[in-house]
Design a protein around this ligand. Structure first.
Ligand code: NAD
Length: 243
């Protein structure tokens, strides 16, 4: 087990990718503290329920997780929201909530977690960015902007904190079969199962990613197997470019 004895904090823990990350980290021997708006039914070792747009909650979360678990080796900034549309169809609220959840919260959690990890001799941070933050995607301007911001933060923090034994990397999925993707189809009046099967035909590897296919890469980036990888943006896209 490659994460035996490690203590991990995972945000967005109740979501599609977050649930798979928790299962994968636990299967590798980690203890997991979960954070989300509602953690009912989430299979984590510790539940730290709250709203990441609350600055006080986000600032305190790494210390609370470390206190609950007796340390903090791994932080997975996975929570995210997707507001759709071009800039001309985006509201002030779309802008502020997108930045608050997708950028400000990871900033606050990293800022609070890094000193805890540094004092213990190191750690690993994995941010869930997106291929849509590495390449411009159509009709999701604010989402792409926030994911580009977290990708840039990842690259900068990866350089700034490697000397402390802290590796900061990001997993960048393209499309993943989770509520985030399915609600988008529902909003546009499509049957999600049919739409996801059709979408899979556009992916060279033949299907839309499962949450587990993303969680496996997150576990790799959190583990010693990736010990020389710092500040990397790992695209996990089944060969499909953003388009
Ligand atoms: N599904 C995809 O196609 C896809 C592709 C690329 C990147 N991503 C990214 O992967 C991550 C996980 O997404 P997912 O697909 O599992 O979506 P999801 O909607 O299933 O999960 C997101 C989770 O974040 C939580 N969250 C949202 N706002 C929050 C807040 N204010 N405070 C606390 N928690 C909050 C939600 O409650 C939810 O459980 C996100 O960062 C997303 O942008 C998803």
């Amino acid at each position: 087990m490659k994460l035996s004895g490690k203590k991990a904090l995972v945000t967005g823990a109740a979501g599609g990718i977050g649930s798979a990350i928790i299962a994968r980290l636990q299967a590798e021997g980690a203890t997991v503290a979960a954070a989300d708006l509602d953690l009912t039914g989430t299979a984590a070792d510790h539940a730290l329920t709250g709203d990441l747009t609350n600055a006080g909650y986000s600032d305190a979360l790494p210390a609370r997780a470390a206190e609950a678990m007796g340390g903090l080796d791994i932080l997975i900034n996975n929570a995210g929201i997707m507001r759709r549309g071009p800039v001309t169809a985006s509201t002030d609220e779309d802008f502020s909530i997108s930045v608050a959840v997708n950028v400000e919260a990871p900033f606050r959690l990293c800022r609070a977690a890094i000193p805890i990890m540094a004092e213990a001799g190191g750690g690993a941070i994995v941010n869930t960015a997106s291929c849509w933050g590495v390449h411009a995607g159509p009709d999701h301007a604010l989402y792409c902007m926030t994911k580009a911001a977290v990708a840039s933060l990842t690259q900068c923090m990866g350089r700034d904190h490697a000397h402390q034994g802290i590796r900061v990397n990001a997993v960048c999925p393209n499309e993943v079969d989770t509520p985030m993707l399915r609600t988008g189809f529902e909003l546009r009046g499509f049957d999600p199962d049919t739409a996801i099967a059709d979408l899979g035909k556009t992916v060279p590897i033949g299907h839309v990613a499962s949450p587990e296919e993303i969680a496996d890469v997150v576990a790799f980036l959190a583990s010693e197997e990736s010990r020389y990888i710092c500040g990397a943006l790992i695209e996990v896209n089944g060969g499909k470019p953003v388009g």
